[in-house]
Structures are given as C-alpha cells and as structure tokens.
Design a protein. Structure first.
Length: 304
C-alpha cells in the first residue's frame, strides 16, 4: 500500500462535514489530529472566528500537523496538545473551554504510523517489536509477547481482534520464546504465518496477511485503545454544549460495538440523540481512492 504525500488521507471527510455541519465561530475538538487532514477542513469550516482544539498522543504526528496547519493561512485559532484523548477533561481545562460544539475522534493509526519503521508496527520489515504511539507509554509489544502467559495472549487475540486461531498462535509464541526472545516484527509475523492459514476463497481484492489480526490486537493492548475509547465516551458528552455533536470513526467491530452501545445508553438517559441510526460508511469512490477507508464506520450523536 502506498503512503500518501501527507502520510494519511482523512476518511469520510465529506460525511463529517455534512453530519456535523461545523460553521464560523464554533469550538471544535479534533481528538485525533494525526496528519491534520480532518483538522484542516474543520479549521476552515469554523473560520474566521472559531477555535480548533487538537490533540494526539503521538508527538511526531502532532508536530507534522502543527507545521501543516501553520502553513495553511488559517484565520482560525488553533491550539494543539500532546495528549491522550482519555485526558480530554484536562485538555479542555487548559484550553479554558469546558464545553465545545463538536468532538471528533478518528480512531486507530494513520497510514504513515503503519509503515514508518520507528513505530514497530510494520510486519513487512524487520523492525523492533515496539508498537507504542505515545513514547510516554512504558509497555511495548516485545514485553507482551515475551512475558505474558499463553492464556492471556490467546484471550487478547480473540477478544480484541476476533482471531479464530488465537490459541494456536499463543502456543506458538510461548514455544518460540523458550528458545530465544522474540524481538522483531518479522520474527513474530513469521511465527503467526506458520500456524495460521492464508485466507482462501475470499473475493477480497487485497490479500490479507495472516499476521494482521495478531498485530492489531497487540497494538490495541500496547496503546490501551479500548480503555482510552471507553474513557473518552464516558466524559465527552458532558463537555458538549446543547446541540453539540460527537462523531466517532472506528475501524473494527470491537470499537464500533462500544460506540453504538454507549451512544444508545446515553440516548436512554436523555443525554444524547443518536443521529446515525446505522453507521455511515465510505462510498465506493472513496474506497477505490483509499482502500484503507474500507472498514471505516462513522457514528454521530447530538447533545440534548
Ligand atoms: C486515524 S489517525 C487520524 C488521522 C487524522 N484524522 C487525519 O486526518 O490525519 C489516528 C491518530 O490518532 C492518534 N490517536 C489514537 N489514539 C489516540 C488517543 N487515545 N489519544 C490521542 N491520540 C490518539 C494516533 O496517534 C493517530 O495520529
């Protein structure tokens, strides 16, 4: 897969603008600034009087986005924070804006993070097994595969990535590390490939590497992705103005189920109104132009 010139193409951008209708003077939070694609469009939509508050827990992406936004002749006020979106309350306190008009989170990783060697997420190159997007985080994928019990490994593979061969993979990892520690992404990918069959008879145009789900589950554990999302969803509605919107783009079923469930519960208590009865998905044209958008699902809710 090609990495776009900016490192990442924002997904469902038109749909975000359509469903969230950002406009002049609004206060908008981009909780996952990434390479700045959504931020830039939002900042333009709320110009000239609006304020964009952005955060990312990867300081490298944040620095890129800061530079990109600075070069874009924006009149909007932009405030960027190196923060985990689970720290939303602290960021809003620092920004001195306790309630906002829109909170957007575009979950997961940007395309450049998948391919740049320093992140240790790429399984096509032999790079150290790291997977941390936030350098403040002490836990690496290397620690997990070399120290966690077989049972615990199998559970995370199954629960976070729906990996059908979770037990087989966990057993193989534990056998292999008795001989020598698993240090690099290609070592781990080869172990998984040796016990997981290549998907057959599928009509997918892009072949899926058998190691994909294992890498997804490990990345999610290392970065605490489900815990962060739970925390964001728990606190975000309280920080929306009446009529303010929360929009979440997720990329796999575990995340989407959580978003759907939390939105529905908040609807039952009268805090939110769910605007998207079914998740919004990318058009065929977007999928053709950006195959990584294929699994994206957008849900939007409004504060009552
Ligand atoms: C899919 S990318 C976002 C791309 C962005 N919308 C754009 O247009 O370039 C996800 C970004 O969110 C960041 N991220 C993921 N989880 C986060 C969290 N809990 N807190 C802060 N940033 C997070 C990642 O580091 C990555 O840069």
């Amino acid at each position: 897969m090609q990495v776009p010139p900016t490192g990442h193409d924002p997904v469902l951008l038109n749909e975000i603008l359509e469903w969230c209708s950002p406009h002049d003077g609004q206060l908008v939070v981009d909780a996952t600034v990434g390479r700045g694609g959504h931020s830039l469009a939002l900042a333009k939509a709320i110009a000239p009087h609006g304020t964009l508050i952005g955060m990312d827990y990867d300081p490298r992406n944040l620095a890129y986005a800061r530079d990109r936004l600075a070069k874009s002749d924006l009149t909007t006020q932009v405030r960027l924070f190196h923060a985990n979106f689970s720290e939303l309350i602290e960021v809003l306190r620092q920004a001195n804006h306790p309630r906002v008009d829109l909170i957007l989170a575009d979950l997961g990783v940007s395309t450049n993070q998948l391919f740049e060697q320093e992140y240790g997420l790429s399984f096509s190159n032999p790079v150290p097994l790291d997977m941390r997007l936030d350098p403040r985080n002490p836990l690496t994928a290397r620690t997990i595969v070399n120290t966690w019990s077989e049972q615990k490994l199998a559970t995370v593979l199954y629960e976070l990535a729906d990996e059908r061969f979770s037990r087989r993979i966990a057993k193989k990892i534990v056998e292999a590390r008795k001989r020598s520690p698993i240090n690099t992404t290609d070592e781990l990918a080869d172990l998984v490939r040796s016990v997981v069959p290549v998907p057959r008879g599928s009509d997918r145009s892009i072949p899926i590497d058998p190691a994909t789900r294992t890498f997804l589950a490990l990345r999610m554990v290392v970065n605490g992705e489900m815990e962060n999302l739970e925390k964001l969803l728990r606190v975000a509605p309280d920080h929306l103005k009446p009529g303010g919107k929360i929009a979440i783009i997720s990329f796999h079923s575990t995340e989407d189920r959580l978003v759907k469930h939390v939105f529905r519960s908040a609807e039952q208590t009268g805090q939110l109104k769910v605007l998207t009865s079914k998740p919004i998905v990318p058009s065929e044209t977007e999928i053709q132009a950006n195959p990584r958008s294929r699994s994206a699902k957008l849900r939007v809710a409004e504060r009552l």
